[in-house]
Design a protein around this ligand. Structure first.
Ligand code: NOJ
Length: 689
């Protein structure tokens, strides 16, 4: 294990550094700036007017493309050699759902409701990332997401603050382990702090408007869960709170993040976000950008070079207090120290070792397991699983598609990713034929991988007219059509549903996706994913989620002047938490004191897994609250005929609310409890709080 500096040694280092050096530590530049020798900036770097001296002083490099261990090690060693105190740079990258071996997209990981899977994804991504030269990943993203128009919903574990928090914390644990200096670990960064998912009309980079009460109750808790799990870094969101951009919002970055939430790590901006203060008209130039951001509590500037170009002058001129610069610089040095970089700046410098580790069998197995657990069976009239000996047509835009990995796949080898046709073609239990000859048709279709992620907002999150036409013509053949639905967001499939005998929502399932889907379709494994986001019936219902605040005029069948649409039901097509299986489960719940006991029986003929979900609401309270909110869950695995008992303890933590001042409002009185396999479960029990 690496030797670390003591706090006193870090302070001594800091006091020996020049103002330029300290300002340099707060800058992140692209790794490409350093690939052809740090003394000669080329390409875009030359256009950015960075001098060789500035590059040598930079505290961090960001890699937004595939990079090999040896090249990465060279960059780190070159900069370290030139930096006056030989301080190594941090190498950062977006390792979002795996590095080379891709796991399903995070929204799909949310659908596993399995923290072990989220932890495995963090662990495997960290291992592959670390041997490829990375120190820090910009993950997990724990934005609570409720609008399928927003392309970035794919990066989040889902719509529930609890699900986002627990899965996010598991990713943090998996990524960083107990010691980020270990050769197989990365430092983790929670993002986007905070409220990015509320972007108006689901449009990326659109403004948001959120009350403080909603921040405290809905959007901050997943970040708190990541902090409690030891997250190392925090990234302010591209949006503003109270009309102040997060990147220079002192209330958010100091009062909330540091003082209230207890975060002690480093704060890094999003890409070029500080400079965007000029676009907002919040700052008039880069000097003002640098001052505003530093004083508000931003440590590192990703890619806008405001600190690199202006901060030293601002300090020398007395416009910015050097103490603020020291504070920020210390956060950067402390992260480097935790990573053990002062002892060993490079975790691996061998491409051969990188290749040996990346894509190894145990990592692929974990990715396969994650994909199996993340697919959600939405409908099945008996078409699935397929019978041995049946003739199968496998058609649609995604039947022979390699790009089934989802967004953020910088280091993955898409071309060598197995397609569904590759995988099903290896299965001797079935024969692949044309739709006309088939007993059953598998239609693999949906969104393109490039339609998901940043800058991928959609006004029509549904199947295209061509895809619907294909479905109609296959349906006209009079055979069962099974829809294998690829998507990075909940798609609106209300029209498609009646044309299908079965629908398996496979998200973007990752490197082992094709094999995992085959295992589910053939019945080798039983589907067990549950929706991490509500699937709307119509776009006009958006945003629609299970924990919407209650209405004073709740919907009642047939009533008027109640909370309703004239032309559409209030109910989603599929509620949050929904997911079918090839078996059935019966649940019987009872409450004693604050303990809810659920007897779960597998009443079908095959083994299966399900997610037992606990929902609740306080019957009385001063603040308006959700009619129903996920309070806890447990995944269970049962053989046919087997039963088990699940116990939930209902605690004040689950039901506590916060007012606009952030003051806790303790739950008191009767709490209604619902237990079931989706958020549609009815209230049948009460617990006294
Ligand atoms: C912009 C994205 O918003 C953020 O999530 C990402 O980590 C950075 N770019 C770095 O690539």
């Amino acid at each position: 294990m690496s030797t670390k500096l003591t706090h006193e040694q870090l302070l001594a280092l800091l006091s020996d550094m020049s103002i330029e050096e300290k300002a340099g530590q707060l800058a992140q530049i692209p790794i490409s700036a350093c690939m052809e020798g740090v003394t000669e900036p080329t390409g875009p770097m030359a256009e950015m007017n960075l001098t060789p001296e500035q590059i040598a002083l930079s505290g961090s490099v960001i890699a937004v493309r595939k990079i090999e261990a040896e090249d990465c090690a060279k960059v780190v060693r070159d900069i370290t050699a030139l930096q006056p105190h030989h301080i190594p740079p941090l190498v950062m990258k977006d390792v979002i759902h795996g590095h080379q071996t891709m796991f399903p997209i995070p929204l799909a990981i949310g659908s596993t409701f399995d923290e072990g899977v989220a932890e495995d994804m963090g662990r495997c991504g960290a291992l592959e990332g670390a041997v490829s030269g990375t120190h820090v990943t910009f993950a997990p993203m724990v934005d609570v997401v409720r609008d399928p128009r927003w392309g970035r919903v794919m990066e989040s574990p889902g719509e529930s603050p609890l699900l986002c928090g627990r899965m996010g914390a598991a990713m943090v644990r998996g990524t960083r382990g107990d010691d980020i200096a270990a050769p197989d670990r990365l430092a983790a960064c929670a993002k986007h702090f905070v409220g990015y998912g509320i972007s108006q009309a689901g449009q990326d980079y659109a403004p948001i408007d959120v009350s403080r009460t909603e921040l405290y109750n809905t959007y901050l808790p997943p970040f708190q869960a990541c902090i409690d799990a030891g997250v190392d870094m925090m990234m302010p969101a591209f949006v503003g709170i109270d009309r102040v951009p997060c990147v220079c919002n002192e209330w958010l970055l100091k009062d909330i993040l540091r003082d209230r939430m207890g975060f002690e790590g480093m704060v890094i901006s999003d890409w070029d976000d500080p400079r965007q203060l000029i676009n907002h008209g919040v700052a008039k130039d880069l000097r003002e950008v640098s001052k505003l951001c530093l004083e508000a509590g931003l440590d590192m500037d990703m890619m806008s070079f405001a600190h690199l170009n202006c901060l030293a002058d601002l300090v020398r001129e007395g416009k910015v207090d050097e103490k603020k610069l020291d504070e920020a610089c210390l956060h950067v040095l402390a992260l480097k120290n935790s990573l053990g970089l002062f002892d060993n700046p490079v975790k691996n410098d061998s491409n051969a070792y990188q290749q040996e580790i990346c894509g190894s069998e145990s990592i692929r197995k974990a990715a396969w397991e994650a994909a199996v657990k993340s697919c959600v069976l939405l409908k099945n009239d008996g078409a699935l699983p397929l019978r041995t000996g049946c003739k199968v047509a496998l058609v649609g835009s995604h039947a022979d598609e390699h790009a089934i990995l989802g967004g953020w796949t910088l280091d993955a080898d898409t071309e060598s990713t197995k397609t569904l046709l590759d995988s099903f073609g290896e299965d001797e239990r079935i024969t692949l034929v044309s739709p006309e000859e088939a007993d059953v048709i598998l239609l693999a279709t949906g969104e393109n991988q490039s339609d998901t992620g940043e800058d991928c907002s959609k006004a029509h999150p549904s199947l295209t007219s061509e895809q619907m036409a294909e479905l109609h013509s296959l349906n006209a053949l009079g055979k069962p059509v099974v829809l294998l639905l690829f998507c990075g967001r909940p798609l609106i499939i209300t029209d498609a549903l009646p044309l299908c005998s079965a629908v398996l929502n496979v998200w973007f399932p990752g490197t082992e996706g094709a094999n995992a889907i085959r295992a589910l379709v053939m019945g080798d494994r039983n589907p067990s994913g549950h929706l991490s986001m509500t699937m709307p019936r119509a776009l006009g219902q958006v945003p629609i989620h299970h924990d919407r605040l209650s209405s004073a005029r709740p919907w009642v069948e047939g009533a008027v002047y109640v909370n309703r649409y004239k032309d559409e039901s209030n109910f989603p097509l599929f509620p949050f938490g929904f997911g079918l299986s090839y078996t059935t489960f019966a649940m019987e719940a009872s409450a004693e004191g604050n303990v809810v006991t659920v007897k779960v029986v597998n009443t079908g003929s095959v083994a299966g897994e399900t997610v037992v979900q606990l929902y609740g609401r306080m019957r009385h309270g001063r603040l308006i609250r959700p009619d129903k909110r996920l309070l806890d869950w447990q995944r269970v695995s049962l053989a046919s005929g087997e039963s088990c008992q699940v116990r939930f303890t209902v605690t004040p933590d689950m039901l506590r609310m916060y007012d606009a001042q952030g003051k806790a409002v303790e739950p008191e009185g009767v709490c209604d409890i619902a237990v079931g396999q989706s958020s549609a479960a009815a209230y049948t029990l009460t617990v006294d709080m």
